[in-house]
Write a protein that binds this ligand. Structure first.
Ligand SMILES: [Zn+2]
Length: 301
């Protein structure tokens, strides 16, 4: 693993192969990925735009913002073929830029044996975790008979899992998937050894950390800050850091999603890094949230 000893790490980035970037909606139609199409197509009621960038563009944006390393996350694809396509693309990215890029794999649990075989193949190809996973997107739950074996396999492989979690109290947006917080707790309680990264501040679970049950279930989990500027006021960062501890909050952006819709005209990382520094400055935890949390979580130190 080539996670650097120092510098900012973005723990939540999505990239797609060039053929997807060239025509996302047409590709989604041909590929049979209806859910993803709904998430990315331009529509009048969509305030937040998805960007599509190349690996080289990502590297330039990292340089411009002072981001040392990123973790690429897969998508919750409907078809195993699409998962495998993305995993192969990510393996290429990691091979080409091991010092700048790490990647998690994605699988579809509808064909369990195929998914487990793909996880092993992805590990051999250099991928280091599973995510971003969202069983609810397919009408499933993390602890049902389709998905639990996938998470058990992650435990067996000692792979961290990034789980998408939606705040039940957040506004309705196109493509929003409900992810009951009870299901997240049930997963953590069923598999206490599962190394969970809960995306988007765990859909607000980070704020509930003072609760006995939440803390007991999630004490070994960490939260990422992907898309948080869209979901919470700046005080949300401080609230999460206060409730869960800076050592359990990891900087993530959801790049190339444009998470500052009022000011952002193209994908980039500079605004996110500036916000990280600003909101963490008072508590002196920018280094912790900006890199140390994910570094220690992935290295198990
Ligand atoms: Zn997500």
């Amino acid at each position: 693993m080539a996670i650097p000893d120092e510098g900012v790490i973005d723990a939540h980035v999505h990239l797609y192969p060039p053929e997807v970037n060239a025509d996302p909606v047409g590709w989604a139609d041909r590929q049979g990925e209806r859910l993803w199409r709904e998430m990315v197509e331009e529509r009048p009621d969509r305030r937040v735009r998805q960007g599509f960038v190349s690996v080289d563009r990502l590297l330039r944006d990292m340089d411009a913002a002072g981001v040392a390393h990123v973790i690429l996350l897969g998508w919750y694809w409907e078809r195993p073929e699409t998962c495998e396509l993305q995993n192969r693309f990510y393996a290429q990215c990691v091979r080409a830029h091991p010092d700048r890029i790490s990647a998690f794999a994605t699988v579809q649990a509808s064909d369990g044996d195929r998914a487990v075989a793909e996880m092993r193949r992805a590990r051999d190809a250099g991928l280091i975790g599973l995510g971003e996973m969202c069983p609810w997107a397919f009408g499933g739950r993390p602890t049902d008979e389709q998905w639990l074996p996938i998470f058990e396999q992650a435990v067996e492989m000692d792979w961290p899992v990034n789980l998408h979690v939606t705040d039940p109290a957040s506004r309705a947006v196109p493509g929003r998937v409900e992810t009951p917080l009870e299901d997240v707790l049930a997963l953590a309680e069923t598999l206490p050894e599962l190394r969970l990264i809960l995306a988007h501040l765990g859909g607000g679970l980070a704020f509930l950390e003072p609760g006995y049950r939440v803390h007991r279930a999630l004490k070994d989990a960490i939260y990422d800050t992907a898309a948080v500027p869209l979901l919470y006021r700046r005080s949300g960062w401080q609230a999460a850091i206060k409730a869960a501890g800076a050592e359990r909050v990891a900087f993530g952006t959801d790049y190339p999603l444009m998470v500052f819709p009022r000011t952002q005209v193209e994908p980039g990382l500079t605004e996110s890094v500036a916000l990280l520094r600003e909101v963490c400055a008072d508590a002196g935890v920018a280094g912790q949230v900006g890199g140390e949390t994910i570094r220690r979580f992935l290295r198990r130190t």
